[in-house]
Design a protein around this ligand. Structure first.
Ligand code: CA
Length: 256
């Protein structure tokens, strides 16, 4: 039955009409509030060099900042913060000269790694990201070519070497608990620090005795910080829903 056109109907119908109006309002309020829209605020990727386009060489440390998340007086809720770090490494060299009387197959690695951690100084809720970009070579080294007192010359048939030609590694870490997210809330900055340098991670066990030679690699890295947040439903709309829904429900249940 459609009663909407009977504006001159009985008092009971007028009351139902008001109930229907409140109920429709409540539905609109729910549609407005839900589903809660998820958003992401992204900073970066930002490059980190030694200087303008100058790569770091060997061990380097430093720090940088990102803006905190402004929750606009509580109308935005921060749910997750993610730190992504990509290290880019080039050059460097790793060589091994066999000092043993027997030959062996060995693997050598060269590259760079960087550890980024923060926010500082909030110890205990830190994001720590440690990408490690290396490349490896596997080959055979013959018996020592300089037996007796001869020093390792990093040449000859008892020697293997790899020179870095360029590789990358990307890793991330995130936090979601309110305790861990607390340092990111505000209108200031959060500080991260980093330390990184040449990496030979991935080198297999080398025959003993032998001599290693490592030349520093050059590297840089990118960082990205993502804030994932939702909009908190407006109290006014929720109030309308909470007050209107029971009222409308009661009216509908009374409907003949
Ligand atoms: Ca040699």
């Amino acid at each position: 039955m459609i009663a909407g056109g009977r504006l001159s109907g009985s008092a009971g119908r007028m009351t139902r009409s008001r109930g229907l109006a409140v109920w429709v309002g409540a539905v609109l309020a729910v549609l407005w509030c839900y589903p809660v829209r998820a958003n992401t605020l992204t900073y970066g990727p930002d490059p980190h060099y030694s200087g303008l386009l100058d790569l770091f060489t060997g061990l380097n440390t430093g720090s940088f900042t990102y803006p905190q998340f402004d929750d606009a007086g509580g109308s935005l809720m921060l749910n997750k913060v993610t730190l992504t770090v990509e290290v880019v490494t080039v050059s460097g060299r790793h060589a091994f000269d066999n000092e043993s009387g027997a030959g062996a197959t060995i693997t050598l690695a060269i590259g760079s790694q960087v550890r980024v951690k923060g926010p500082l100084p909030f110890i205990g809720s830190q994001l720590i990201v440690n990408p490690d970009a290396t490349e490896t070579t596997t080959g055979f080294v013959g018996p020592d070519s300089e037996p007796g007192s001869g020093p390792a010359d990093f040449a000859g048939t008892d020697y293997l070497s790899i020179t870095g030609s360029g590789t990358t590694d990307t890793r991330l870490a995130f936090k979601t608990s309110s305790f861990d997210l607390a340092p990111y809330l505000g209108t200031g900055d959060v500080t991260f620090d980093f330390d990184g340098g040449t990496s030979t991670t991935g080198t297999s066990a080398l025959p003993s005795p032998g001599a290693n030679l490592v030349e520093a690699s050059s590297w840089m890295f990118y960082t990205t910080l993502d804030y994932e947040y939702t909009e908190v439903p407006e109290p006014g709309a929720l109030t309308l829903f909470l007050l209107g829904a029971p009222f409308a429900l009661r009216r509908f249940l009374k409907r003949p």
